[in-house]
Design a protein around this ligand. Structure first.
Ligand code: MIG
Length: 629
């Protein structure tokens, strides 16, 4: 890998090993740079497939669409969206004749037009000539990714229990709700390792507090759950409530650890706690201070966290709210004359308050004593929040393996934590979306990954949840999570509880094998989930497969359509096919290379095995908790 430094960019600490830094005149000629270095293009050949961009929308082959890497709280992952929560500006151009890789290490808005405007042109646009461009060339995609992964450093390794099944829901309010979830799993012989605490566990959404009314003795409760082999995993939001007397707010203000407005005053925004301040995670001292706060919870026995709202998500700011209020005050005068244009204008005024560009341009960080406007480093915020926690764990919970994952991210954060893919919906298309996100995330170093199984927004169904589990049972993070107001989606709410039990038992029987592939992938800087194109580069059919993945010795082919009896698959070489109904009930057959319609009923999980092994060699006895493995 060779790096080129454009201007004097800020150090994102994404790449930590790259000795080869070239002169700008040595930028390879397959990159057509414009004169001020804010835009470059790469010519795509007809048969080129483009992989990467981590957590982004569309298919596994990124070609044909435009992507904007700008971390965004985007709760509707539909095709018209350009950005999600993370920015992973690394991609591989896979040509039959050779592979090329680029990483655009730039922490502000970065546009990737991958054959959207013109099918044979990949265009990258940054806002200022202040970035590092890394280029790679290889004849193998696997080797190219490995080289990149070596340069960005080893991925975070989650504890084995992090592979256990987790149940979550925005809306569990009190200890009784959690106990109820645990009891229903245990009584129904349903495996479970963790229950998540969403924002309602806190006192008025204040970070590092626990409601004493709803969790009267939290320390004892954590212990009691531990006895049942249940880990409680609280959420931590990025913004800190502005409230006199609240320790975190007062300390942070006194020490000057919050982001400032242009006049040097604390920048006031609003998120779940109401008026809030944003910790300046770009400042190492503020990072250390915030990270140490996790001790309040680790001392109570907590060993897992999820960091949320760290794009950062902003509902509104004091400034934007007053601007909108001032304009809205004229609405009353227009009641008689209001035309549609004015109506849309007023509607947008309110709608645009959240995650507003002007707000992101109006607060500042302290980066090594330099005042840096937020939008210049926007994509690093969640990364550094999560890094704050992970760095602190070494001191506040020494020797303890912690589970931690974040919503927002940037390459570099993979050394500290995993991610979940945010607010998906109970859509079949979001099973497919996860299939395409997995290899992209692995390429960028994120190995501890998973999606809200069953879907976060919208209402799930028994069939959708079961099909979703048919994919999630292979992902490191396997969590059922949904939004407040949506249909209950714990597995025991449905009629086919027996089938859910069997899928969970299969997961637990596979955990030792999955954890081994996961650990080996970290150790060897490999991907855990690979596109077929990476393993069968000369097979034209394999190169185009968008909905199957290779994992260890397995090829998985999840069903992601409603009312389906199965799906079409491409088998790139002779394999054994196991149709799993549970860890000990399955059919086996041998399938020759070719295209097939594969029968797989709702409760059946197809697993293709490469080579001659039997599935039993990958299965351990089932368990109801990883503690029993
Ligand atoms: O504005 O904490 O992605 O998992 O349940 C929504 C409530 C805030 C967004 C997270 C989601 C979580 C929800 N949070």
């Amino acid at each position: 890998m060779k790096g080129f430094v454009i201007g004097k960019p800020l150090d994102t600490e994404s790449v930590i090993f790259c000795n080869e830094i070239g002169n700008l005149s040595e930028i390879p000629d397959w990159i057509n740079m414009n004169s001020d270095y804010t835009e470059f293009t790469i010519k795509l050949e007809d048969d080129d497939v483009v992989f990467g961009l981590g957590e982004s929308l569309h298919g596994m082959n990124k070609r044909g669409f435009k992507y904007v890497c700008l971390n965004t709280d985007q709760p509707l992952h539909t095709e018209d969206k350009d950005s999600l929560y993370g920015s992973h500006n690394f991609l591989v151009i896979d040509s039959p004749s050779g592979k090329k890789g680029i990483f655009v290490d730039y922490p502000a808005k970065t546009v990737f037009d991958i054959g959207h405007e013109k099918r044979d042109v990949l265009k990258v646009i940054v806002e200022e000539p202040l970035y590092k461009l890394y280029v790679l060339e290889s004849d193998s995609s696997n080797e190219l990714v490995k080289e990149f992964r070596k340069a960005i450093g080893k991925s975070y390794k989650a504890p084995l229990w992090g592979f256990g099944y987790g149940q979550s829901r925005w809306g569990y309010r009190a200890a009784e709700d959690i106990e109820n979830v645990v009891r229903n799993h245990r009584d129904n012989d349903l495996p479970l390792d963790s229950v998540y605490l969403d924002i309602d566990y806190m006192e008025d959404f204040k970070d590092f507090t626990v409601s004493s009314e709803r969790f009267p003795n939290f320390a004892d409760f954590v212990k009691k759950m531990k006895k049942e082999n249940i880990h409680l995993i609280p959420i931590i939001d990025a913004a800190v409530k502005k409230e006199d007397g609240y320790e975190v707010y007062e300390e942070g203000t006194n020490k000057g650890y919050f982001c400032k407005d242009k006049d040097g005053k604390d920048f006031v925004t609003a998120v779940w706690p109401g008026r809030s301040l944003l910790p300046d995670f770009m400042n190492p001292a503020a990072r250390k201070w915030f990270g140490d706060k996790y001790k309040i919870l680790t001392d109570l026995g907590i060993d897992g966290f999820w960091n949320d709202m760290n794009e950062p998500a902003l509902f509104y700011s004091d400034a934007s709210l007053s601007r909108a209020a001032e304009e809205l005050s004229h609405l009353g005068d227009e009641l008689e004359t209001l035309n549609l244009d004015r109506y849309w204008h007023y509607l947008d005024l309110v709608r645009d308050l959240s995650n507003n560009k002007e707000d992101y341009e109006s607060f500042y960080h302290d980066v090594n004593g330099m005042k840096v406007r937020h939008d210049r480093i926007h994509n690093l915020y969640g990364y550094n929040m999560t890094r704050a926690a992970a760095e602190a764990f070494k001191e506040i919970a020494p020797g303890k393996e912690m589970l931690i994952f974040s919503r927002s991210s940037y390459i570099g954060m993979h050394r500290y934590a995993g991610i979940w893919t945010g607010d998906n919906c109970s859509f079949y298309s979001h099973i497919k979306l996860l299939i395409s996100q997995l290899p992209g995330l692995n390429m960028a170093g994120f190995l501890f990954v998973g999606a809200d199984t069953g879907g976060f927004g919208h209402h799930t169904s028994e069939e959708l949840l079961m099909r979703f589990m048919g994919l999630s049972l292979f992902t490191p993070l396997f969590r059922n999570h949904c939004a407040i107001g949506c249909r209950d989606q714990e597995v025991y709410r449905f009629e086919r509880i027996n089938d859910f039990r069997n899928i969970l038992k299969l997961r637990y029987a596979l955990i030792p094998y999955l954890y081994k592939i996961y650990s080996d992938s970290i150790e060897n800087d490999d991907m855990m989930f690979r596109p077929l194109a990476f393993e069968y580069p000369d097979d034209a059919d394999a190169r185009l497969v968008e909905d199957q993945l290779l994992i260890g010795d397995f090829m998985i082919t999840p069903v992601y359509e409603a009312n389906a009896k199965g799906r079409y698959v491409y088998v790139p070489e002779k394999m054994k096919l196991f149709i799993m109904r549970s860890n000990d009930d399955y059919d086996v057959s041998v399938i020759e290379k070719g295209h097939y319609y594969l029968n797989a009923d709702i409760n059946e999980i197809p697993i293709f095995v490469r080579g001659d092994k039997d599935i039993s060699e990958y299965l351990t006895r089932p368990a109801n908790s990883t503690a029993e493995l």
